[in-house]
Design a protein around this ligand. Structure first.
Ligand code: ACO
Ligand code: AKG
Ligand code: ZN
Length: 460
């Protein structure tokens, strides 16, 4: 570019807003200052397949503690003798995370719970007319009186206490806010909002939490079911509106199809503030925690799971692959290495492109000219029109192609052969080979259909 055409140097990126331009919404937001209440050992135990013996509960609690969640919520000790014993056992582990147990807002339950050694109680009672009529049969006046009584009792024991209204989004708003005002005045540490049936959308969540933020001075916890697919978005909207605590479970397990998943919430919050999330959670442990829980409840980690799904960092189409190899930010919002994962570029299919194939050639140490890479890419596409090839089949094809290209070069001009081979090795810095955490993606490729005769013959 001629000197006269030079652009002025770019202004430094603006990282802080001028105070007068900070919006009220930004001041409310807790997306950079929130806590996770991990409820795999409470809500997760309500998942249809869940049965956690003591040893498993302890392993899960330790893993979550190591990951860095701020709270671990346990099943009510009133549920069974073993639940009581397990609650006590987990309290004795000396974990960094605070241990909570989840009980009905009733003195009988609270009296048992405060003796277990927990750091706090999560009290709950249904406030929607449906639950008042068909679950516990109590009216709002009774609920209010009971709530204050139980809160005072728990506080008198020096424990943290949260009060939550089950089915908040189908409860009367005036009833709800009056109740929360009363419990806030009674000195509750947190109030909870629960979308028990998964009916809420992010806008409703934002409105309710923001309104509540103006009514109570205590912390606000939110619990979102995923029946209509909004559990993560709702959690994010709640934090934007000033909620301070979000309930999660590993892989989202819980009643019906569950709640906000721990991994999904991490992915979302990392996108909002990578350093903050990486600073407080050991993200590379997610995969092991999910595998531990999946194995215990006899499910597979879903293919499209946030972060750890087998194809979460697999890139396929040629246009994507080229750009990814030049700069991964082009098609990745999450950096796989931040989660102990590995990127994988899949090439044995008809959507592949020569840039991706060239990259694989370089990985294999096989030098070809760009024109030759384009030729072998055409061969891959032709074969992959019959069925996709796995990585070993692609490698076989590339090696065969390379050997015959080399032989041809030597035949034509023996002294120039090695020059050709070296000329295309200029892309080494951008390589991405299948590696241990990409093995799921590689194995999936291998397990596809057996080779039809014409494909196998070409590779033989
Ligand atoms: C939305 C949620 O996930 S809330 C959390 C759900 N968790 C659990 O249910 C924990 C596991 N539950 C259990 O082990 C049992 O249900 C128990 C021990 C809590 C109660 O068992 P049971 O006494 O046999 O009652 P059952 O489960 O049939 O019915 C629930 C009882 O709790 C009462 N109840 C429900 N919510 C509340 C509440 N917040 N405060 C007081 N009582 C309540 C109901 O009225 C009903 O009592 P009743 O029929 O004896 O009058
Ligand atoms: O205690 C809470 O806030 C939530 C209880 C619960 O699991 C629900 O309402 O779905
Ligand atoms: Zn729930």
């Amino acid at each position: 570019m001629a000197p006269s055409q030079k652009q002025p140097p770019a202004a430094p990126a603006q990282t802080h807003r001028v105070p007068s331009l900070v919006k009220y919404e930004d001041l409310l937001s807790r997306t950079r200052d929130f806590s996770i209440i991990e409820s795999t050992l409470r809500e997760g135990e309500q998942f249809s397949n869940a049965f956690f013996d003591t040893e498993t509960k302890i392993a899960i609690a330790k893993a979550l503690d190591d990951f860095g969640v701020e709270y671990i919520e346990l099943t009510s000790p009133v549920a069974s003798e073993q639940s009581l014993a397990d609650c006590k056992a987990i309290c004795q582990l000396g974990l960094k995370a605070k241990i909570l147990t989840h009980v009905r807002c009733h003195m009988d339950d609270a009296k048992i719970a405060v003796e277990t050694g927990v750091d706090g109680l999560d009290l709950v009672i249904g406030t929607s007319s449906l639950l008042r009529e068909f679950s516990h049969g109590k009216d709002m006046a009774y609920i209010e009186k009971q709530a204050v009584e139980v809160i005072n009792f728990v506080k008198s024991k020096g424990l943290e206490v949260r009060f939550s209204s089950e089915d908040s989004f189908r409860s009367d708003l005036v009833d709800l806010l009056s109740l929360y005002r009363v419990v806030d005045k009674a000195g509750v540490d947190r109030v909870g909002i629960a979308d028990t049936v998964g009916c809420a959308d992010p806008r409703q969540v934002y409105d309710l939490v923001r309104t509540l933020r103006g009514v109570v001075s205590c912390d606000i916890e939110c619990h979102f079911h995923n029946d209509t697919g909004c559990a993560i978005a709702n959690a994010y909207a709640a934090l934007e509106a000033g909620a301070t605590h979000i309930d999660t479970s590993v892989l989202g397990i819980g009643e019906r199809n569950g709640i906000t998943p721990l991994g999904g919430l991490c992915a979302r919050m990392y996108t909002a503030d990578r350093e903050y999330v990486m600073g407080k959670y050991k993200l590379a442990k997610l995969r092991d925690i999910e595998n531990l829980v999946a194995e215990n409840v006899q499910i597979q980690v879903p293919f499209n799971n946030y972060i750890t799904g087998y194809c979460a960092f697999t890139h396929k189409a040629g246009i994507h692959a080229k750009a990814i190899l030049n700069n991964p930010s082009t098609y990745e919002i999450l950096k796989p290495e931040d989660f102990g994962m590995t990127r994988y570029v899949s090439i044995g299919h008809r959507l592949t492109g020569w840039n991706a194939v060239k990259n694989r050639m370089v990985q294999l140490g096989l030098g070809l000219t760009d024109a030759e890479v384009k030729q072998v890419t055409a061969q891959i596409k032709e074969m992959a029109d019959i069925r996709p090839l796995n990585i070993e089949e692609v490698d076989t094809l590339l090696r065969k192609f390379h050997a015959s290209a080399e032989a041809e070069r030597i035949r034509l001009s023996p002294s120039d052969a090695s020059l050709h081979a070296r000329s295309s090795n200029d892309n080494e810095g951008t390589l991405t080979a299948p590696s241990p955490t990409a093995t799921d993606a590689v194995n999936a490729e291998k397990s596809r259909l057996p080779a039809p005769a014409d494909v196998s013959a070409a590779l033989a």
